[in-house]
Design a protein around this ligand. Structure first.
Ligand SMILES: Cc1cc2nc3c(=O)[nH]c(=O)nc-3n(C[C@H](O)[C@H](O)[C@H](O)COP(=O)(O)OP(=O)(O)OC[C@H]3O[C@@H](n4cnc5c(N)ncnc54)[C@H](O)[C@@H]3O)c2cc1C
Length: 461
C-alpha cells in the first residue's frame, strides 16, 4: 500500500538556486521535512551561469594581465594568447567540483530532491509532472533570467546574453556591451584582459550608476586607462546584423560596429505561468511582493531570492533562505536590512560597497549632517606593491555611526567583510580606530580611513 503522506512535507521549496537550497538546508537542520523542486541543476544561476563561472573568467583575465605586465615587477614572462577551450575547461572544472559538493550536501542534509518543472497548484501544493506534493509551508525561489529590451532579439550568436557569453568557444575581436551595470562591467573587464576591443553603451549618466559617484568616476578612470571604451548617457536605439557582426545605433545618431553585442540590461523575475497570481500571491511587474519577514500575501507561502524586489545577489538569497527556514521553525529571526547587504563588482579594479552612498545619506540624514573621508590607496603599502589605484571612502552621520563604506581597487572585495560588520553593527569611527589592522595589507586602508574619520589620521597628508 502506498504511504498517503509520502508526498507531504513541512516545507516545499520551488527552485534550487542560492535562495531555495539555503532554505532547504537550514530547514532540515531545524528538523523539518523538506522537498526541493528543481527543473535544471541544483545551484541555480549563481553556480552554473552567474557568480562562479564569471569570477573564474575574471581570474583567468587577471592571470593574462599579470603575464603581460610581468616586466613591471622585474619578471620575464611572455604572453602568448588565450586558449579559450582551456579557459572554459578551468571554469567548468570549478563549477563541476562545487556542484558535486552541493549535491553531496543536499544528500547529507536529507533534502528530498524532486527533479522537474513545478507549478503552484494550491497555496499548499506544487505539481511536478502530474504528481502533487503538499506542504505546510511553500517557499517560492524560482530566480531570474537575462532581460532584453523591447524589439531587441537575442539570437545567441551575434546578439547574446551572459549565458551565451559564458559558453563562447573563442575570444571575439570586438564586442559591444549594452549595460554598464555589474554584469556589463565584469564582462568588459574580463574580455579586455583577453584582448577584446570592448565598448560599453549605457543609458544612465555613469557606469555602475547605483554606486557612490566617486566609485563610478574611479572605475571610469581605470577603464579609460585600460582602453575599455564606454558611452554613458547614450540610450540604445537599435541593432542591425552585418556580415562581420553587429552595427548598434545609439542616441545622437552614432553607430558602433563589433563582432557581437552582449545584452546586459538586468535580470527579470522567473514567475510567469507558475500559478503564483492564480493562487492569490501579490505581484508587481513580475516580482513577488513580500513583507519584511518574506511572507507573501498568501498565508504559508514565502518568497526568497531574485524574485523578491531588491538587490539580486546570491548572498542575499542565502540569508533570506536561512531567515525563512528559521521563521517557519518559529525562531523569530532578525529582519534582514537590505542596505546592510554588501555589493561587489569584480572588475579590474574591483568596486565594493555597503550601506548608503553619499547622495542617499545626505537625502536621508540631512545635507549638513554627513561627514565623509576618502583615503587614497596611494598611501597604502600593499596597494603600491600590487600597483593598484583606488580608495576607501567612509560616510558617517556627524557624531553618529558609519552609514556607508565604498571601495575601489584590486582585491577590495576581500575588505567588504569587515566593512559590513562596521555598518551592520552601527560602529562609530572611534570604535574602529583603536582596532589594529595587519601591516602591510590592503585591509589597513580601512583602518586608516577610520583613524582619519575619528580625527587622528596616520599616513594621510
Ligand atoms: C552573470 C552573472 C553574474 C553574477 N555574479 C554574482 C556575484 O558575483 N555575486 C552574487 O552575489 N551574485 C551574482 N549574480 C546573481 C546571482 O546569481 C543571483 O542573485 C542568485 O543566483 C539568485 O538566486 P535565486 O535562488 O533567487 O535564483 P536562481 O539562482 O536563479 O535559482 C532559481 C532556480 O529555480 C529553478 N526553477 C525556476 N523555475 C522553476 C520551476 N518552475 N520548477 C523548478 N525549478 C525552477 C531554476 O532552474 C534555478 O535553478 C550573478 C548573476 C549573473 C547572471
Amino acid at each position: 500500500m502506498s504511504d498517503p503522506h509520502a508526498n507531504s512535507f513541512d516545507v516545499l521549496v520551488l527552485g534550487g538556486g542560492s535562495g531555495g537550497y539555503a532554505t532547504a538546508f537550514r530547514a532540515t537542520q531545524l528538523g523539518l521535512s523538506v522537498a526541493l523542486v528543481e527543473k535544471d541543476k541544483l545551484g541555480g544561476t549563481c553556480l552554473h551561469r552567474g557568480c562562479i563561472p564569471t569570477k573564474a573568467l575574471l581570474h583567468a583575465g587577471e592571470v593574462a594581465d599579470a603575464a603581460r605586465e610581468a616586466d613591471q615587477f622585474g619578471i620575464q614572462a611572455v604572453f602568448n594568447g588565450v586558449d579559450m577551450k582551456a579557459v572554459n575547461a578551468y571554469k567548468d572544472g570549478v563549477v563541476t567540483k562545487l556542484y558535486k559538493g552541493l549535491q553531496g550536501l543536499a544528500k547529507a542534509r536529507k533534502v528530498t530532491l524532486i527533479e522537474g518543472e513545478g507549478r503552484l497548484v494550491a497555496p499548499d501544493a506544487v505539481e511536478v509532472a502530474g504528481t502533487r506534493y503538499t506542504a505546510k509551508n511553500v517557499v517560492l525561489a524560482t530566480g531570474s533570467y537575462s532581460k532584453t529590451l523591447p524589439g531587441l532579439v537575442v539570437d545567441g550568436e551575434r546578439v547574446i546574453t551572459s549565458e551565451h557569453a559564458l559558453a563562447l568557444d573563442h575570444v571575439p575581436d570586438s564586442a559591444i556591451i549594452l549595460g554598464g551595470g555589474v554584469i556589463g562591467c565584469e564582462f568588459a573587464s574580463a574580455w579586455k584582459s583577453f584582448g577584446v576591443d570592448v565598448t560599453i553603451v549605457e543609458a544612465l549618466p555613469r557606469l555602475l550608476a547605483v554606486e557612490d559617484e566617486a566609485s563610478s568616476k574611479a572605475l571610469e578612470r581605470a577603464f579609460r586607462k585600460r582602453g575599455i571604451k564606454f558611452k554613458v548617457g547614450k540610450p540604445f536605439e537599435g541593432v542591425e546584423r552585418t556580415d562581420a557582426g553587429v552595427k548598434v545605433s545609439i542616441q545622437g545618431g552614432e553607430t558602433i560596429e563589433a563582432e557581437l553585442l552582449l545584452v546586459a540590461v538586468g535580470r527579470g523575475p522567473t514567475t510567469a505561468n507558475l500559478g503564483y497570481e492564480e493562487h492569490g500571491v501579490k505581484m508587481e511587474r513580475g516580482f513577488v511582493i513580500t513583507d519584511e519577514r518574506l511572507r507573501t500575501s498568501v498565508p504559508g507561502v514565502y518568497a526568497v531570492g531574485d524574485i523578491v524586489p531588491g538587490v539580486q545577489l546570491a548572498h542575499r538569497g542565502f540569508q533570506q533562505g536561512i531567515f525563512v527556514a528559521e521563521e517557519i521553525a518559529g525562531l523569530h529571526p532578525q529582519v534582514i536590512e537590505e542596505s546592510g547587504i554588501p555589493r561587489v563588482t569584480y572588475s579590474e579594479p574591483e568596486v565594493a560597497s555597503v550601506g548608503l552612498n553619499e547622495s542617499k545619506a545626505r537625502e536621508l540624514h540631512g545635507e549638513d549632517k554627513i561627514e565623509t573621508v576618502q583615503y587614497d590607496l596611494t598611501g597604502n603599502g600593499k596597494s603600491q606593491i600590487l600597483k593598484t589605484a583606488g580608495f576607501v571612502k567612509l560616510i558617517r552621520v556627524k557624531d553618529g555611526p558609519v552609514v556607508g563604506v565604498h571601495m575601489v581597487g584590486a582585491r577590495v572585495s576581500e575588505l567588504i567583510g569587515e566593512a559590513q560588520l562596521i555598518y551592520n553593527w552601527e560602529a562609530f569611527p572611534g570604535d574602529v580606530a583603536p582596532l589594529v589592522h595587519m601591516h602591510p595589507t590592503q585591509n589597513e586602508a580601512l583602518g586608516e580611513a577610520h583613524l582619519a574619520l575619528a580625527g587622528k589620521p596616520l599616513h594621510v597628508h
